[in-house]
Design a protein around this ligand. Structure first.
Ligand code: NDP
Ligand SMILES: O=C(O)C1=N[C@H](C(=O)O)C[C@H](O)C1
Length: 244
């Protein structure tokens, strides 16, 4: 039995994650912690899952790592500096798995976008989310843009053919590693993303839709079961999926 603690347990994702863990025969929910709770009950867990807030995740992650726990981070906003800091704090055999998106389709979308990137002159990312989302751009869009930029750099491609010289209000989107990223917030949505690629005479669009937060739960459970088998710091659920 793997003992699991959830940080952000009363939130949209945390509450779904608690229910999913409780419904799994091989997992036991031993701690639900929210913003005003002491974190000590998490010490009973083998694995802690964080679904809190981009402003809280660094402190939570350092606390869990210093407590010797394996951690699955679902919260967005984890940057390279934090990953480097955490890597230096880990005990031998301890694991941190940062997952920008637990949806299997989203993982494939990111991978397909990176595969396609070298064949197209232009690429832009449009992420669309519910209006209560804390941050923009999404962690998924950031990760997608980073993967696309790395693939383009490896292929020796420069910037896309964007002739815009006057964009005082940022209508061309934010730039993540040079890739334009656009964020839409709209009532009725959950979590969606399009990657638009274009070259001479053709375009190619990859779209993923999470229609309900249940879409993330198989990935959350997979991460709880698999994190301990991947010591060190790992980014992306693909490490636990046999994609090749
Ligand atoms: N990786 C993935 O696949 C997914 C990731 N996410 C990410 O998960 C995060 C949470 O999203 P969501 O569930 O929608 O957000 P919610 O606001 O619904 O939930 C966050 C919860 O965390 C609590 N919280 C805030 N700070 C702390 C803290 N320091 N310690 C413990 N609990 C805290 C909040 O309490 P209070 O409300 O009182 O502040 C709230 O209950 C976001 O970063 C989001 O982007 C979301 C969906 C999928
Ligand atoms: O806040 C959300 O809802 C989501 N957050 C994650 C992100 O920032 O990418 C994952 C998914 O997009 C839903």
């Amino acid at each position: 039995m793997i003992r699991v603690g959830v940080l952000g347990a009363q939130g949209r994702m945390g509450s779904e994650a608690c229910a999913a863990v409780e419904g799994a025969d091989d997992l036991e929910l031993v701690a639900r912690v929210d913003v005003d709770d002491a974190r000590d009950p998490l010490r009973e867990a083998d694995v802690v899952v964080d679904f809190t807030h981009p402003s809280a995740v660094a402190d939570n992650l350092r606390w869990c790592v210093d407590a010797g726990l394996h951690v699955v981070v679902g919260t967005s906003g984890v940057g390279q500096d934090l990953l480097d800091d955490v890597r230096g704090r880990l005990q031998p055999g301890q694991a941190v798995l940062v997952v920008p998106n637990f949806g299997i389709g989203a993982v494939l979308m990111m991978r397909f976008a990176a595969q396609a990137a070298r064949f197209f002159d232009s690429v832009e990312v449009i992420e669309l989310h519910h209006p209560k989302k804390a941050d923009a751009p999404s962690g998924t869009a950031t990760r997608t843009a980073q993967m696309i930029a790395a693939a383009r750099a490896e292929a020796g491609l420069g910037p896309g053919p964007d002739a815009t010289t006057h964009d005082p209000d940022g209508a061309r989107g934010a730039r993540v590693d040079g890739i334009p990223v656009h964020a839409v917030r709209m009532a009725g949505l959950v979590a969606h993303q399009e990657v638009l690629l274009g070259t001479e005479g053709e375009t190619f669009t990859i779209r993923h839709d999470s229609l309900h937060r249940s879409s993330f739960m198989p990935g959350v459970l997979l991460a709880c079961r698999g994190v301990a088998g991947h010591p060190g710091v790992t980014v992306g659920l693909e490490a636990l999926l046999d994609l090749d």
